[in-house]
Design a binder for this molecule. Structure first.
Ligand code: ARG
Length: 281
C-alpha cells in the first residue's frame, strides 16, 4: 500500500513536471514539482490513526508474531504473554477493545507503515534501520541474542560459531547479526538458515541438520527448559538489545504508550506481569 502510494506520488510528480514543461515551465516549475512530490511522499508516511479515531472506533489493533514465548505465544486460540498483557493495559487506558493479529515477524513493521495496525508489540528490538520506518516507545525490557546448541556440541563460545551453519528466525536481530550485512559482527558463520518460526530452527538443530540457533535469550530459555536433556544455552551472548513497542511514524499513540509503560514500572505491575511468564530459576 505504502509502495503504491509512493509510486503514485512519483507518478503524479512526473505528470506535473511534464505538464509544467508543456506550458513552457522553467527550472522553477521543476523545483515546485519536486517539492510537491516530497510533500506527497511525507503525507503518505502516515502517522496512523489519531487517539480520537481509535476511541471512536472502540478498538485498537496490535500486530505481533506469536512464536516468541514468553513475550507472545498461543494458548489455544488466544495470543498471551508479556506483550499481550502490556497491550491490554494500553487498550484499557484508552477505554477500547484490544484486537491482536498474529502475523510473520518481518511483516510487523510493514503493517504499521501501511496503516493496517495501530502498534506492534513483539519483543521487538530498537534498531536504527527500523527507526527509519517506525517510531519506538521507551524501552520496556533488556534482552540479548543467545546461542543454543546440542548438549554434545563442540560449540562452546561465540568464536566457535565461525564457519558453522546457524538457524535464526527470519528478519530478527539474530538474523541481522548472523547475516552480518553491515560487516560489524565479530562472528562469521558459514551459512544462515532462516525460519519463519524459532521453534522450527530449534527442531532442525536438535535433529542435527544445523549446528546452532541464535535467538533472543528469553525464548532461548523456554526452548531449553522444554528440551533440557538435548540442548543448552551458552553463557556468552552475542548482543545487548532493548525491546520497545513500535508505532507508525509520528503517531500520537507513542506518548500514551510511554505513559502506560511508566505507570506499569512505577506501580510494580510490570514486574508482576513479567513474573507471570518468566520464573527466576
Ligand atoms: N528481538 C528480536 C528482533 O527484534 C526478535 C523478536 C522476535 N519477535 C517475535 N515476536 N517473533 O528482531
Amino acid at each position: 500500500m505504502m509502495k503504491m502510494t509512493k509510486v503514485a506520488a512519483l507518478f503524479l510528480a512526473g505528470a506535473m513536471t511534464v505538464s509544467l514543461a508543456a506550458c513552457g515551465g522553467s527550472k522553477d516549475g521543476a523545483a515546485a514539482a519536486g517539492q510537491a512530490a516530497e510533500a506527497a511522499a511525507s503525507a503518505a508516511a502516515s502517522a496512523g490513526q489519531t487517539l480520537e479515531d481509535i476511541k471512536k472506533s472502540g478498538k485498537i489493533t496490535m500486530v505481533t508474531n506469536a512464536e516468541f514465548e514468553p513475550f507472545e505465544y498461543k494458548d489455544h486460540d488466544q495470543v498471551v504473554g508479556i506483550d499481550a498483557d502490556i497491550a491490554k493495559e494500553i487498550a484499557d487506558k484508552l477505554g477500547v477493545k484490544l484486537e491482536i493479529t498474529d502475523i510473520a515477524f518481518d511483516a510487523c513493521v510493514p503493517s504499521l507503515t501501511t496503516g493496517k495496525a495501530d502498534f506492534c508489540a513483539a519483543g521487538m528490538t530498537v534498531t536504527p534501520d527500523r527507526q527509519k520506518n517506525v517510531d519506538f516507545t521507551d524501552p520496556y525490557y533488556n534482552a540479548s541474542q543467545a546461542i543454543i546448541v546440542r548438549k554434545d556440541s563442540k560449540i562452546k563460545s561465540r568464536e566457535d560459531l565461525n564457519g558453522k551453519v546457524v538457524g535464526v528466525q527470519q528478519g530478527t536481530t539474530g538474523d541481522i547479526y548472523c547475516t552480518n550485512e553491515d560487516g560489524k559482527s565479530e562472528v562469521k558463520v558459514k551459512e544462515v538458515k532462516r525460519y519463519p518460526k524459532g521453534m522450527d530452527a530449534v527442531a532442525d538443530m536438535m535433529g542435527g541438520r544445523i549446528d546452532a540457533v541464535v535467538i533472543d535469550n528469553f525464548p532461548a530459555d523456554k526452548y531449553v527448559s522444554k528440551n533440557a536433556d538435548k540442548i543448552q544455552k551458552l553463557d556468552e551472548a552475542l548482543t545487548e538489545e532493548e525491546y520497545a513497542i513500535a508505532v507508525p511514524k509520528n503517531s500520537e499513540l507513542k506518548a500514551t504508550i510511554n505513559e502506560v509503560i511508566k505507570d506499569l514500572n512505577d506501580s510494580g505491575k510490570m514486574d508482576e506481569i513479567v513474573g507471570k511468564y518468566i520464573t527466576a530459576d
